[in-house]
Design a binder for this molecule. Structure first.
Ligand SMILES: Nc1ncnc2c1ncn2[C@@H]1O[C@H](COP(=O)(O)OP(=O)(O)OP(=O)(O)O)[C@@H](O)[C@H]1O
Ligand SMILES: [Mg+2]
Length: 479
C-alpha cells in the first residue's frame, strides 16, 4: 500500500518535473530563436553603421579634401597669373585669369554643396568669405591692369593677403575633413570589433542554451526508456498474474464441471419421462463439455508456462462449428444472425481447447457488444489456411456489425484488465488479453481492424500443422 502510494507520489513529481522540463525546453527554443534574431539585428545595425561611415568618407570627407586641395592650387595659380600679367603686361596671362577664377568658384561651390560634418559650418563661412574677398581682389587688379591708369601702388596690391586668407581657410577645412575621415575609419574598426564581441557573446549564449536543451532531452529520453521498461515489467507481471489466475481458475473449475457432467450423464442414461427434458439435458451436457474444453486448454497452457504442448493440433472447421453451436442460442435470443462461412479442412498447431478459448472469446464479445436495435446485427466467422500445412498458418476472422473500436483503443483492449466503452456490460477485461497471449505463445498473433460505428473484424493467426495422428482432440470428444 505504502509502496503504491510512494509510486503514485513519484509519478506525480515526475509529471510536475516533465511539465517543468517541457516549459524549459520551450523557453530554450524561444531563447535560441530570439538570440538568432538578435544576432541578425546586430549584424544589420553594424552593416548600416559601417555603410554610413564609409559613405561619409567616400562621398563627403574624400571629395571635400579633393575640392579644398584644388581651391588652394587655383589660388596659387591665380596669384601667379596676376603677378605675371602685372609685371610683363602679358595679355595671355591676363586672359587666363577669368577662366581660372571660374574654375576656383566651381571648386568652392562643389565643396559647399557637400553635406557638412558637425562643426564644419564655421569653416564653410570662412572659405566662402575668403573666396569672396580673393575673387574681388583679383577682379579689382584685373580692372586696374586693363584701365592702365597711372598708380602709386602695384595693380596686384591686396591679392597676396586675400590669397593667404583663402588658402589658410581652405587648409583648415582640409585638415578638418582629413581628421573626420580618420575618425570615421577608426569608428568603422570599432563598430566591427564591437559587433564581433556581441556576436561571440550571442553565439556562446546560443551554444549554452542548446546544450541545456540537449541535457533536458537526454534526461527525458532516459526517463522515457525507464518508463517503457517499467511498463514492460508491469505488463509481464500482469500477464503472469493472468497465467497463474488461469491455472488456478481452470484447476478449480475442472472438478465441479466433471462432477456435473457425470451427474447429467447418469440422469440421461437412466432415462427421462419426457423427450423435451432429455434434449435440455443433452444441451447442458454439450455446454459443460465446451467449458471443459476451455478449462482443459487453459490449464494446459498455464501448466506449460506459456509453452504449447508439442505435437498437438486442432481441427479448425470442427472447433468453429462447435463454438458457433455453443454461442448460437445466445445470438438467436438477441436477434443476431451468426454466419459461418465454409472452411476448407485445416489444422492449427494448438490444442482444441486453446483454439476454442480464443474463438469463443471473440464470438462471445461480438454477441455481447452488438449494438442494440441496429438494422444489421450479424456476426460472420471465416477461416482459411495460408501457405503449406507444415510451414503456413491458419487465419481466422470474426466480423461483426457492432459499434466498432475507437482507433486509440485498438491496441489497449488487448492488455489485461483493459476495457473499452462497454455500456454497462459485465466483464473483467481479460478476454482479448487471453486471446493475444494464447496466440503469441503458440507462435501466432491477434489483432483488430475496425472503423468506429461500422463494426470490427477481430482476427488471429496460428501456425498450421498436419492433423494429430493419435486420439481425437477434446473438442471432438465434446461433439
Ligand atoms: N466485438 C467487439 N465490438 C466492440 N467492442 C469490443 C468487441 N470486443 C471487445 N470489445 C471491447 O474491448 C474490451 C476488452 O474486451 P475483453 O474481451 O478483453 O474484455 P471484456 O469483454 O470487457 O471482459 P471479459 O474479461 O469478460 O472478456 C471490451 O470491454 C469492449 O469494450
Ligand atoms: Mg470479453
Amino acid at each position: 500500500m505504502r509502496a503504491q502510494a510512494g509510486r503514485r507520489g513519484e509519478g506525480g513529481a515526475g509529471v510536475v518535473r516533465a511539465r517543468l522540463d517541457l516549459r524549459l525546453l520551450l523557453g530554450a527554443f524561444a531563447a535560441v530563436a530570439a538570440l538568432f534574431f538578435a544576432a541578425n539585428a546586430v549584424s544589420q545595425l553594424t552593416m548600416r553603421r559601417i555603410d554610413g561611415a564609409s559613405d561619409a568618407i567616400a562621398l563627403d570627407a574624400a571629395p571635400s579634401t579633393e575640392h579644398l586641395g584644388a581651391i588652394r592650387t587655383w589660388v596659387r595659380q591665380l596669384e601667379l597669373l596676376a603677378a605675371t600679367a602685372a609685371a610683363d603686361g602679358d595679355a595671355r596671362a591676363r586672359a587666363a585669369v577669368a577662366p581660372a577664377l571660374s574654375a576656383l568658384a566651381a571648386e568652392v561651390e562643389a565643396y559647399l554643396a557637400l553635406p557638412p560634418f558637425p562643426g564644419e559650418r564655421g569653416l564653410w563661412r570662412e572659405v566662402q568669405l575668403a573666396h569672396g574677398e580673393f575673387d574681388a581682389a583679383v577682379r579689382r587688379a584685373l580692372a586696374r591692369l586693363e584701365a592702365d591708369l597711372p598708380r602709386h601702388e602695384p595693380a596686384t596690391a591686396g591679392i597676396a593677403s586675400a590669397a593667404e586668407r583663402l588658402s589658410d581657410a581652405a587648409a583648415r577645412a582640409l585638415e578638418f575633413n582629413a581628421r573626420e575621415g580618420r575618425r570615421l575609419a577608426v569608428r568603422i574598426k570599432e563598430v566591427r570589433r564591437r559587433a564581433a564581441r556581441i556576436d561571440y557573446a550571442l553565439n556562446a549564449a546560443c551554444l549554452g542554451i542548446t546544450a541545456l536543451a540537449a541535457l533536458i532531452i537526454r534526461r527525458h529520453l532516459r526517463r522515457y526508456r525507464n518508463l517503457v521498461e517499467r511498463q514492460a515489467e508491469l505488463e509481464e507481471a500482469r500477464a503472469s498474474e493472468l497465467e497463474s489466475f488461469a491455472g488456478r481458475a481452470a484447476h478449480d473449475i475442472h472438478n465441479p464441471v466433471s462432477a456435473a457432467q457425470l451427474a447429467l450423464s447418469l440422469v440421461l442414461r437412466r432415462g427421462l419421462p419426457d423427450g423435451r427434458s432429455a434434449e435440455q439435458v443433452e444441451r447442458a451436457l454439450r455446454s459443460l463439455a465446451r467449458v471443459r474444453t476451455i478449462v482443459d486448454g487453459l490449464l494446459q497452457f498455464a501448466r506449460a508456462g506459456a509453452r504449447p504442448t508439442p505435437g498437438v493440433s486442432a481441427d479448425v472447421p470442427k472447433v468453429i462449428e462447435d463454438v458457433a453451436a455453443g454461442v448460437r442460442p445466445a445470438a438467436d435470443a438477441d436477434g443476431i444472425e451468426l454466419r459461418v462461412e465454409p472452411v476448407e479442412p485445416c489444422h492449427a498447431a494448438c490444442s482444441a481447447g486453446v483454439l476454442t478459448s480464443i474463438l469463443s472469446n471473440l464470438v462471445q464479445n461480438a454477441v455481447k457488444y452488438m449494438t442494440p436495435g441496429a438494422p444489421a446485427r450479424r456476426i460472420t466467422v471465416r477461416a482459411e489456411a495460408r501457405g503449406e500445412a507444415r510451414r503456413g498458418s491458419v487465419h481466422v476472422e470474426v466480423e461483426d456489425t457492432g459499434p466498432g473500436i475507437p482507433p486509440d483503443s485498438a491496441e489497449r483492449i488487448f492488455l489485461p484488465y483493459e476495457r473499452g466503452a462497454s455500456d454497462g456490460k459485465g466483464g473483467l477485461g481479460l478476454g482479448l488479453a487471453t486471446v493475444r497471449r494464447l496466440c503469441e505463445s503458440h507462435g501466432g498473433r491477434a489483432g483488430v481492424r475496425s472503423q468506429q460505428g461500422q463494426g470490427s473484424v477481430f482476427w488471429f493467426e496460428l501456425p498450421s500443422c498436419a492433423p494429430e495422428p493419435r486420439a481425437a482432440s477434446p473438442a471432438r470428444e465434446s461433439g
